[in-house]
Design a binder for this molecule. Structure first.
Ligand code: 2AM
Ligand code: CA
Ligand code: CA
Ligand code: CA
Length: 264
């Protein structure tokens, strides 16, 4: 596979998916269903966009494995060979309620290593991506490596469940930081870290498709990504993650270690 050629092809798919999602916002009859909880939604566009990517992949690369959040494409239980990871709409609740603050994500891994990855900030029409060894970009502009600085010098992003289920820990992190920001889209929160608008994103366990695209871009920029106990991210599993510049990452891990028995 020629990585640069394939990445260019996939960028076209990602742009088209973004266009379809923007157009869908004026459709007032989009079907919305609840999954596990009233805040856990799936719309017909989640399924449509996933099917759109899957059809393209199946046509070009029929032997590759595919994992999609809304997928009925068989259980993928290993990262052998080429594996595509799709989160068609990340921040579905925002898509439904706000009509903004959602993204569409797709990544390609080979034998567990990220090859390229795309996060489309659909409303802002910004496509963030990285190609292994070639750096990370926003549209055609190369992103700079993030510098390292302590927790006390930056803002942090947390997910809602972190604040709800780990209030003491969350408070300690927020107190030490300059402030906290919550968007409600793991992909866009990771974009905030990648672009150094916040210094860290800390979460309760998220699915692999929520974090795989962002981790690939973050790693390309020298950011540190781990589970909240500082162990490596486990492929295909749910992971509570800390993604941050190195210094901030260490500060957060230290807080986690000191307060690991609280909030359980
Ligand atoms: P999603 O929109 O693709 O489901 C905020 O809710 C973030 O957590 C989003 O990135 C969302 O991704 C993700 N998330 C993961 N599991 C969720 C769940 N059960 N309910 C709501 N959001 C979930
Ligand atoms: Ca979902
Ligand atoms: Ca998601
Ligand atoms: Ca999703």
């Amino acid at each position: 596979m020629d990585i640069a050629v394939t990445a260019k092809l996939v960028r076209g798919w990602v742009e088209e998916a973004g266009q379809l999602l923007r157009e869908s916002l004026s459709n007032t009859s989009i079907v919305v269903e609840e999954k596990s909880h009233p805040s856990d939604l799936v719309t017909e566009m989640d399924r449509f966009i996933e099917a759109f990517y899957v059809e393209k992949i199946r046509k070009e690369f029929p032997t590759h494995q595919i994992i999609g959040e809304e997928g009925s494409y068989g259980e993928v239980d290993n990262m052998d060979g080429y594996v595509w990871i799709i989160d068609p709409i990340d921040g579905t609740l925002n898509y439904v309620k706000q009509k903004r603050n959602f993204c569409s994500m797709i990544a390609l891994y080979k034998d567990g290593v990220g090859i390229f990855s795309f996060i489309n900030d659909v409303i802002n029409e910004d496509i963030y991506y990285a190609i292994k060894g070639k750096g990370a970009y926003c549209n055609d502009k190369q992103l700079e490596n993030v510098t390292t600085y302590p927790l006390g010098k930056g803002l942090v992003a947390l997910n809602t469940k972190m604040v709800m289920l780990k209030p003491t820990l969350s408070k300690k992190i927020i107190q030490e930081a300059l402030g906290v920001r919550l968007i409600g889209s793991a992909g866009l929160e990771m974009v905030q870290v990648i672009t150094n608008r916040v210094s860290a994103y800390v979460t309760t366990p998220l699915n692999f498709w929520d974090v795989a695209p962002g981790i690939m871009i973050a790693s390309e920029l020298g950011l540190k990504c781990s589970r909240t106990d500082n162990s490596p991210i486990k492929m295909l599993e749910k992971n509570p993650i800390v993604i941050a510049n190195e210094n901030t990452h260490q500060d957060i891990i230290n807080i986690m270690k000191k307060t690991s028995n609280i909030d359980v």
